[in-house]
Design a protein around this ligand. Structure first.
Ligand SMILES: [Cu+2]
Length: 249
């Protein structure tokens, strides 16, 4: 007789399982780790980044212990909120591979967040896909490796300009510019030394002067300013506190 008669239909797969979802859990813990690393590199606490880091850590641990619809749904919402809210920072940092720390960390957090999102959506749609998501992790790992290679190549081409006599020095340290810098009126050169391991800019308001400051480099900026006080700042999103005055006379 055919064996089909003795076959029992397998129990329906359920999404809610006590075993936990290691895939989504690992991706979320990776996000939390990179968000922590970003703050360590920045040298100060960035409140929204801290909040997301803690949420990814807590939900990541929870979903690793127990797999429920609700936890997967929260993982999806968290990923979407983080991706949406940090889009300007992603764009800025990803446009500057010559500053490897910012570029690589931003690429890693984007990849880990996307991995969380895709993994949780697939896990929620069909529990049987839970075991077959490995290619996504490999793809993310491959892209992360590519990001490191791009950053190493791009940063190797960056030149740093030494300070010359009569240059006016401006140092960017821990995302801070000097509050007041004296600059002679007329032709002068600003020597801007970015001591941070990430990208900044220097913009002089009311003028056309704007330069990019790759990580850990110095750049000379020739200026010609009328006497007066000029606001200067870094226009990277999130660096709003990085500003000061140029006292030109
Ligand atoms: Cu900046």
């Amino acid at each position: 007789m055919s064996s089909t008669a003795t076959r029992t239909t397998p129990p329906p797969e359920t999404i809610d399982r006590p075993g936990g979802d290691r895939f989504v859990s690992n991706a979320m813990l990776a996000v939390a780790a990179v968000l922590l690393a970003i703050q360590v590199m920045a040298g100060h606490v960035i409140p929204p980044v801290t909040v997301f880091g803690v949420l990814f850590l807590v939900i990541g641990i929870a979903v690793g212990r127990r797999r429920t619809r609700w936890l997967l749904a929260i993982a999806i919402v968290l990923s979407l909120l983080y991706l949406g809210g940090s889009l300007p920072f992603f764009v800025t940092n990803l446009a500057h591979p010559e500053s490897p720390v910012g570029f690589i960390l931003e690429a890693f957090v984007a990849l880990a967040t996307l991995t969380t999102l895709v993994g949780a959506v697939l896990g929620l749609r069909d529990p049987r896909t839970a075991a077959t998501r490995r290619p996504i992790a490999f793809a993310a790992g491959g892209l992360a490796f590519l990001a490191v290679v791009i950053a190493l190549v791009a940063s190797s081409g960056v030149t740093t300009e030494p300070r010359q006599a009569d240059d006016v020095a401006i140092e960017a340290v821990r995302s801070t510019f000097p509050a007041l810098v004296s600059v002679p009126a007329g032709d002068a050169v600003l020597w801007v030394d970015n001591q941070d391991p990430f990208h900044h800019t220097l913009v002089i308001e009311g003028t056309d002067h704007r330069i990019d400051l790759p990580a850990s480099t110095s750049v000379r900026l020739p200026v010609s300013l009328e006497p007066g006080t000029y606001r200067y700042l870094c226009d990277v999103p999130g660096h709003e506190s990085m500003a000061g005055d140029l006292d030109v006379r």
